[in-house]
Every structure is written in C-alpha cells, then in structure tokens.
Ligand binder design. Structure first.
Ligand code: IPM
Ligand code: MG
Length: 356
C-alpha cells in the first residue's frame, strides 16, 4: 500500500526547496503518494486562515508531513495575531498533531568547518537538540494583558507525563548515537525545571545504558560556544530548546543545511512526524533560485528514518549531500570564492545524480 505524504510548502522559499525534497523522495521510492495543501500566508491569502481545516485534515490522514516554511513581512501585522502564520499555523499544527518531540540535529559538515563562527579547531560538533514542543510557556493559559495593558502574563506549566514522553524519545535517539543525554533546565530558579529534573533523574536510573547529566540553561548556552563537541543529545523544554537550537545551528555556519523532525506517538506501529528545514521563509530571496534546498532534502531523509524506519535510504541521501558539498558545489548562502555556485534547482539535481 502506498504511503501518503502531506506536502505543506508554505511561503517564501518554502515551495522551491520543498519541490527539491519531493523530487528526492520520488527518486528513492515509487511507494509515496504526495498530496499538497496550503499553509501560512499562502493559505491566509487564499481563504483568510493560515491553517485551513482541510489542511489539518489532510495532515491527520497522512502517514507523514513534509513542511516548507511560513511567514513573511506581508503577514507580520495581521490582526488578531492568532491569524499570523507562526502563531496561527505553526503552533496549532504542532498542538493538533501532538508533535511534542522536536528533533533538531546540528552537525558541522566536513566541507564547511571554515564557515562556523567558531575557530575551525573548536567547531567540530555533532549533536541533537531534543526540544519539547507542545508545552511550557508557549502554550499554557492565561496569556493576557492586565491593568490597562501595562502588565502581561504568560505561564509555564509542565506535567510529569509531558517530561516522560519527550525523555523517552531522547533515550531512544541517544541509543542510536553516543548514548549521552544532557538534560537542560533552570532548576535553581523554576519549579517546572525542578519537576523536569526529578522526572529525568528517575528515568535515568531506569535506563542505565544511557549516561544522563544535568546542566543549567545559561551554562549550556556558554558551553555550546566553548566546546560544542561535548554534547550528544541535549534534552530540554520548549523555550530553552528554541533558543539553544538556534545557537547550535549557527555554530554549523550553515542554517540552510539543517533539517528537523517533530514527532508524535506511534501510530499503527510507526512514529507520526512532520519534517521541516529549520530555516525560515527568507522572503528576500524567494522565487530567485537562490535558496539552499539541502535542509529540505535532509528533512526528507529524516522522514524516511523516523516515519518509515528506512535508515539505509536516509543515510544514502545524507551521504549524497555530503559528497556534493565535498565536490565544491555551493548555493549562494554558503558560497566561498573558488567553489562552484549552484542555483536551488542545480543543487537539487546534483544531489539526485549523486544518489543514482
Ligand atoms: C522555531 C520557531 C518558532 C518557535 C516560531 C516561529 C513560533 O522559532 O520553530 O524554532 O519559536 O517555535
Ligand atoms: Mg526558533
């Protein structure tokens, strides 16, 4: 039976990079059926809402979701804010699809060590940020203004089950890597962090094959730029993960290269997930063939690995990407003099050829 992939290309460079990822998936298997739907500003322009019910329904029926990017200056002033692409599409999509486990690998590629803002000898890094994605301060009510608009309230709430289920994903991903988890919190100040630490400590004692340590978030931010190679899996809550994953991705020097997966529970024996590049919609370069499709293509590799347990093909795609970079092909975002400049389509094509 063919597998259904919902493709939500979104705004800005989303459609052009997602098209390359779809080509790669088509090249590696004839078993996929792609269904396309609008999301973000494109959906808002079309029907007045950034996450139409039909798009949500399509995702719920699909086996996996391939996502591009949403947003752009055109949509930043929409009122109410709940209709803007980020808050009106991305966050509810995460919540509705129960995508609580956000996997953000950040690895400095061989060919791009020199692109890191860290000194090349400090820039070697291969870590995964496991970010809790549907709880914490992003989602807890009340979210309001009080006292004539002069006081604002956001609350952070975590329950034990939310920590347990993300930590379970972290343990299983750690086992496929170096089996080391650094759990990051602010337990010296926050009660939610003290709960987080208690739960992770208890789970660590039940999973002695994985080494678990704890680190305060401010220290982690510092350690990341001091010596990023010390980390294997960073397990953390929603907002800390948002910040630390941006920091880690910058160390790779190549935001256009990083994929992500947002995973839910197992559905009929398979993990359900949404896969997207970590970069945004880059409206300034949209439609010009300048965008780097590699993050989208590597997101497709993650889709194969996590939704369809096809690690072999996922690795083939990752190896093809590295080979093309090693050969000196570069999109504009990572271009250095003396190398070969490629458009979005040329980069996608080169990766396809390498795969064959
Ligand atoms: C991310 C983004 C989103 C987040 C924004 C766009 C709501 O920064 O996916 O990291 O904060 O989660
Ligand atoms: Mg972010």
């Amino acid at each position: 039976m063919s597998k259904k992939i919902a493709v939500l290309a979104g705004d800005g460079i989303g459609p052009e990079v997602t098209a390359e990822a779809v080509s790669v998936l088509k090249a590696v298997s004839s078993d996929f059926e792609f269904e396309f739907a609008l999301v973000g500003g494109a959906a808002y322009d079309d029907g007045g809402h950034p996450l139409p019910q039909s798009t949500l329904d399509l995702c719920k029926q699909a086996d996996a979701v391939l996502f591009g990017s949403v947003g752009g200056p055109k949509y930043d002033k929409i009122q109410p804010p709940e209709l803007r692409p980020e808050v009106g599409a991305l966050l509810p999509l995460r919540k509705e699809l129960n995508l609580y486990a956000n996997v953000r690998p950040a690895k400095t590629m061989r060919a791009l060590l020199g692109a890191s803002p860290l000194k090349p000898e400090n820039a070697a890094m291969d870590l995964v940020v496991m970010r809790e994605l549907t709880g914490g301060i992003y989602f807890a009510r009340p979210r309001e203004r009080r006292d004539d608009g002069n006081t604002a309230v956001d609350t952070c709430i975590y329950s034990k089950y939310e920590v347990v289920r993300i930590a379970e994903h972290a343990f299983s991903i750690a086992r496929q890597r170096r089996s080391e988890i650094v759990s990051v919190d602010k337990a010296n100040v926050l009660e939610t962090s003290r709960l987080w630490r208690e739960v992770v400590t208890e789970m660590a004692s039940q999973n002695p094959d994985v080494k678990v340590t704890h680190m305060l978030v401010d220290n982690c931010a510092m350690q990341l730029v001091r010596n990023p190679s010390q980390f294997d899996v960073i397990l953390t809550e929603n907002m800390f993960g948002d910040i630390l994953s941006d920091e880690a991705s910058m160390i790779t020097g190549s935001l256009g290269l990083l994929p992500s997966a947002s995973l839910s529970d197992h559905k009929e024996g398979k993990v359900f997930g949404l896969y997207e590049p970590i970069h945004g919609s880059a409206p300034d370069i949209a439609g010009q063939g300048k965008a780097n499709p590699i993050a989208a293509i590597l997101s497709a590799a993650m889709l194969l690995r996590y939704s369809f347990e096809d690690d072999v093909t996922a690795r083939k795609i990752e190896d093809a990407v590295e080979a093309v970079l090693d050969a000196g092909l570069r999109t504009a975002d990572i271009y250095q003099p003396g190398l070969k400049l490629a458009s979005t389509g040329e980069m996608g094509q080169a990766i396809l050829e390498q795969l064959r």
